[in-house]
Design a protein around this ligand. Structure first.
Ligand code: PHE
Ligand code: FE
Length: 316
């Protein structure tokens, strides 16, 4: 369970709806790890203590997504899902996953109580440790919860970490995160994480495929992101993405498409972000549904979903 209730500011920065949650980034004035957590905020997964009901939530979510994702998620994700054999008995035992994951890419999953401070999060990533929420959502929260739980973190993020290129990208992002913190430009770098790690799409000869964890772990967004006429789908451009704010409370209004995982790794690792940050500090943000003259347009979205009020409009 998460230690303390997050502040409104944390909620705004860190959470979203639709069961698709993001970066466990947080706390303005980190006050140290909660009671029971280690100095690096990790805790024991205590796998033996999950209840039958909790395992059943995993199985329900897993089966729903496993049905939907072939032909939608990219090959590296589906391959990773298989390699880790995540569906076995319910919530996976991190110790078991880690044997295979360590062998494949040198990554491990570590349990955390919930949100961790930015610097702690980046430090873990830079050292190829992925912090995953230990708890799982309740049965009445299958489609909606505010915090990253073990289903989002492990089902959503960990399969991609079996891919050597993506594994390198995530570790490089961790280092980049520490640097952005230092330079005071986390606001821009967070958008890169958002539009790639959480909500990224990949162009393949068979069509667009999902690699973003926020999409693959959300039943509704797994369809919306690829099939709905509402959102824009635009070619990825590093600086453009870092100028684009994002939705934390509903489906994205724009998705960015990369031509390959390798190209994402290359452009981010080979670009010195310091001069870019300097430019971005003075550049205006691009409204989140805008299409710019230089954009490569895969889909010019109708924005019908957002205009109709999104999740709340639909519910009303
Ligand atoms: N090259 C980036 C920098 O100079 C670091 C980075 C790498 C950031 C990969 C994100 C992803 O800060
Ligand atoms: Fe996430």
């Amino acid at each position: 369970m998460p230690g303390e209730a997050p502040s409104a500011a944390q909620l705004e920065r860190n959470f979203r709806a639709n069961g698709a949650i993001l970066m466990p980034m947080s706390a303005d004035a980190p006050s140290g790890p909660p009671p029971g957590a280690r100095a690096d905020w990790t805790i024991d997964q205590a796998w033996d203590r999950y209840t039958e009901t909790e395992h059943q939530v995993w199985i329900t979510l897993y089966e729903r997504q496993a049905q939907l994702l072939p032909g939608r998620a990219c090959e590296p994700f589906l391959k990773g899902l298989d390699a880790l054999d995540l569906h076995r008995t319910g919530i996976p035992d991190f110790a078991r996953i880690n044997e295979e994951l360590r062998r494949l890419t040198g990554w491990t999953v570590v349990a955390v109580p919930g949100l961790v401070p930015d610097d702690v999060f980046f430090e873990h990533l830079a050292n190829r440790r992925f912090p995953a929420g230990q708890f799982i959502r309740r049965p009445d929260q299958l489609d909606y919860l505010q915090e990253p739980d073990v289903f989002h973190d492990v089902f959503g993020h960990v399969p991609m970490l079996t891919d050597p290129v993506f594994a390198d990208y995530m570790a490089a992002y961790g280092q980049g995160g520490l640097r952005a913190l230092h330079l005071g430009r986390l606001r821009n770098l967070a958008r890169l994480y958002w539009y790639t790690v959480e909500f990224g799409l990949l162009e393949t000869p068979q069509g667009l495929r999902i690699y973003g964890a926020g999409i693959v772990s959300s039943h509704a967004e797994s369809r919306f992101a690829l099939d709905d006429p509402s959102p824009n789908r635009l070619g990825f451009d590093l600086e453009r993405v870092m100028r684009t704010p994002y939705r934390i409370d509903d489906f994205q209004q724009t998705y960015f498409v990369i031509p390959s995982l390798q190209s994402l790794l290359d452009v981010t690792v080979n670009t010195d972000f310091a001069p870019l940050y300097a430019r971005l500090a003075k550049a205006a943000d691009i409204p989140l549904a805008a299409i710019e003259p230089g954009d490569r347009v895969f889909t010019r979205g109708t924005q019908g979903y957002a205009r109709a009020g999104g999740r709340t409009g639909k519910a009303a």
